[in-house]
Design a protein around this ligand. Structure first.
Ligand SMILES: [Fe+2]
Length: 205
């Protein structure tokens, strides 16, 4: 590369600096939320999952549920409760030993409400995985960049029955892709694959 290629005319530098400062000001002044790919906020998604859970419990989605309450015992199962251009809402049933693997939700925000039973979540906090248990009635929201592994809580994790373990999830914009990750031996994440999917928390039967 010729050294002249690195030399900008003073006027260009000045205008570049000015443009950069304008850009910085724009970015600083703009509410962070306006940069998100959806007008819905985590609080909206939490409310939607809460309402969805209430509707499931009230029997308003009985026509979408397994006949006779026979939840599949071996595989995760899900049904879409509602969908539009902005948000998908799903009901998921969870079974033992079927974790989602460590994943993100690509460009979608997410939220969940646990209806019954309990979930165990391992979330990447930037340097390690942190575990928490989400019991019936608990809620969680997932901003962009949230990487977690979710499974049905193990027996004994909470008082009360785990059957069925049900949660309502909302994604906005509707989920279209997920990336999967591995934790490396030196405290970082390695993205192992990205899949196109509209299935909540990974592919289910
Ligand atoms: Fe997830």
């Amino acid at each position: 590369m010729r050294s002249s290629a690195l030399t900008l005319p003073t006027r260009s530098l000045a205008s570049h600096a000015s443009a950069t400062s304008r850009l910085s000001a724009d970015i600083t002044d703009r509410p962070v939320a306006s940069a998100l790919p959806t007008r819905l906020r985590p609080a909206d998604l939490l409310r939607l999952t809460d309402e969805g859970a209430e509707d499931v419990l009230a029997g308003r989605y009985d026509h979408l549920l397994p006949p006779g309450g026979a939840w599949p015992p071996q595989e995760r199962w899900a049904t879409r409760l509602s969908a539009d251009e902005e948000v998908d809402v799903w009901l998921i049933s969870w079974v033992p030993d079927r974790s989602t693997e460590l994943h993100d939700h690509a460009g979608s925000l997410g939220a969940l409400t646990v209806l019954s039973g309990a979930l165990s979540e391992f979330r990447w906090n930037g340097s390690e995985l942190r575990q928490r248990t989400l019991s019936a009635g608990d809620q969680a929201s997932f901003p962009l960049g949230w990487v977690h592994d979710v499974s049905r809580a193990p027996d004994g994790a909470v008082a009360g029955p785990l059957d069925p373990t049900l949660s309502v999830h909302a994604y906005s914009p509707p989920l279209t892709a997920m990336s999967y990750y591995e934790v490396t031996g030196h405290g970082t994440l390695r993205r192992s694959r990205t899949v196109l999917t509209d299935q909540p928390e990974g592919d289910v039967n």
